[in-house]
Design a protein around this ligand. Structure first.
Ligand SMILES: [Fe+2]
Length: 192
């Protein structure tokens, strides 16, 4: 019998092979040209420090969740846009995070991975909800490198944590909840 996690990996993130990733209904083509985080009122995605846990060379993959079998699965998906809200093709997105105990794998590539955006500029990871650490609410570390070399390092926070962040979390770095029940799915768009 397929596990719940196997089902999830076979869901949104596996809707098409890397690097192109299909978006769900709620992220239809309209959102590709006008997302909540892309437009004249928003600017580019704010930078945040990479912290001390980044490792170069994380493998290209969709499923990070199997690295933390006790964690709660969440799908993190979205697009990379340029400042004119056009999808960026060929952008590399690295993600690294703590496990559900708040621990980072400092020697290997557990809960680390990267993807390269396809023709629609999208990405999709199946991972787990990280625990808070160092007084920070749960977050995904990310680095995006555009095909022309433009770089962005930032953190992506979960929507449920933004409410309790006490003003600490920049609202523009909080992912949008696309589903938050038995299936948890959040969207975050990067604007380079
Ligand atoms: Fe962190």
């Amino acid at each position: 019998m397929k596990s719940r996690r196997t089902f999830l990996v076979g869901g949104l993130c596996a809707a098409s092979a890397l690097p192109a990733v299909a978006l769900p209904f709620s992220a239809s083509a309209d959102h590709l040209v006008r997302s909540p985080f892309c437009g004249k009122d928003y600017g580019t995605t704010p930078w945040q420090p990479a912290g001390e846990y980044f490792l170069e060379g994380a493998p290209e993959r969709v499923n990070l969740a199997d690295d933390d079998p006790g964690g709660v699965t969440v799908e993190l998906f979205g697009s990379v846009f340029d400042s004119h809200c056009h999808p960026v093709i060929g952008a590399r997105i690295d993600i690294w995070q703590s496990d559900h105990f708040g621990q980072y794998d400092e020697e290997g590539f557990k809960l680390r991975g990267h993807q390269v955006t396809g023709p629609s500029g999208t990405y999709c990871f199946v991972t787990v909800i990280p625990a808070p650490h160092d007084d920070d609410p749960p977050h995904f570390h990310t680095r995006v490198i555009g095909p022309a070399g433009k770089r962005l390092t930032t953190n992506v926070y979960l929507p449920s944590d933004g409410k309790g962040g006490g003003g600490k979390v920049d609202p523009s770095l909080i992912a949008i909840s696309d589903a938050w029940g038995e299936i948890r799915r959040v969207r975050f768009d990067f604007v380079l």
